[in-house]
Ligand binder design. Sequence first.
Ligand code: ATP
Ligand code: MG
Length: 535
Amino acid sequence: MPDMNIASHCTRLQCQAGRAEKIALRWVDADFQPTDYTFADLERESNRCANAFAGLGFGKGTRFFIYLPAQPEVYFAFLGILKLQAIAGMLFSNFGKQAVQDRLADAGAQVLITKQGLLRRIRDILPELPVLQTILVTDLEEDEDQRIRSYPKLLAGQSTAFTVEPTAPETPSVLHYTSGSTGKPKGVLHIHGGLPHQQMTVREILQLAEDDIYWCTADHGWVTGTTYGITAPWSLGHTMVHFGGNFNTENWFRLLQEQRITVWYTAPTALRMLMREEDKIKGQFDLSALKRMYSVGEPLNPEIIQWVRRTLDKDIYDTWFQTETGGHMIVNRPGMPVRPGSMGKPVRGTAAAVAVDGVIAEQPETVGALWLRKGWDSMFVEYLNMPDAYRSKFHGDWYDTGDLAKIDSDGYFWFIGRNDDVINPSGHLVGPFEVESALLEMPEIVDVAVIGAPDPLLYEKIVAYITLKEGAVWDRKLELRCRIHITNRISPIAVPGEYIVRDRLPKNRSGKIMRRVLKAEYLGQDVGDISTLED
Ligand code: ATP
Ligand code: MG
């Protein structure tokens, strides 16, 4: 049986392929000091972790969680967990008490790896987590008690050799909670056998070359941060930069320049922020090393593509996938003409379709549920503790993504919105994305979220929440210009009936607009689970 262990592919196999001395991780700390780790270092460090965990009696199937900001220990521990064939649960380090408790309890976490600053945040929930038997603290010098242990002390003296048991493809690997954009976050379980699909997309979509310096800005708490920020690129021997500093415009551009990053994978929310702060970057950084950019997480508005071309002189490619799909599904890529606003075409081996009332639509331009044919290998295998929810996602051979889309006559896919987000003014379906994209083209508007609200006349009316550029004022004239622009761009039906100006819009911690929060607020209803909402 070929060994499917993801961590072996990221470490030992890279060394065997002659990359032992190649830089795997360039860690750049908050002061911009780089430290390099080769593939041989990754192999040794992850082996030390695996030995340490095994020494505590943990092994196949143990549920580990990593609750840390980006720091080298994250990657070593993650790979060590996978080498044991244990499960690596990933938590975003900005999560507060309740969000952490919900996830650890739901998953029955047995081991938590964290640091003192974060442990302080969650100390009083520990009595509520009886199954959590060991907490390893990366900056604790001595064990506090049997449960709260010093991680450096545990690692000291561990052997750097470890033999990974042959790993069957169906062995569980990574556990991610979804972003919680549409409701309570769901625990999504993946398997080691998902690696080939992820690798194929690194080759064909990211198209990384042997000498590329690649940077994925997604946190390891989200699926992009592990699939495209850890496993897939390393399993093909690529060099990645990870950054320990804060996200702000100057920091990111300094990093791009100093590290001579060649391929950059980021998200629309970050790009909208950069657009807002264009003055800070325009002409001030040397981005000559950067070859191209990619985006994921939310629809990439055409305005952002234009801005990237105009201001940074780069191409940017939108990619669509979900926590559940484990890897790219519908994408743009170099070599295929981009239609701004379209998320592109299915990746190799993926069949995608649009379905209306459970029947696949043959007619181009039909708006319907985005379905994917089952069988790609990085597909999730379980919603933890929600077997009914898992089953309800499948219709025969097809998986319903919960998103709405249409396909044009050339096979390009266009994202319409989440199933729950689509608006129905007078019987015409309007997706929030196209209205948002049109509004974003107004120079005064820098961020926007569009929702539907009940209306006695129209059935549903369109409500636009907007954030204005500094110094811009909302008045009748600007509203009229928006009306004309949307009428020309889309149709009179898509013109919002109401605008609400906000300093900022509610986003979740992966940067996505939480339309359901705005909708609940608008309707005076309970917002539901908001554990992923930004502070
Ligand atoms: P939840 O499932 O808890 O509501 P979520 O769906 O936001 O949260 P993720 O799995 O992180 O959780 O995100 C996947 C979703 O993000 C997709 O279903 C889609 O709605 C959106 N998305 C991701 N990439 C794109 C993209 N390129 N264009 C449009 N939408 C995207
Ligand atoms: Mg989802």
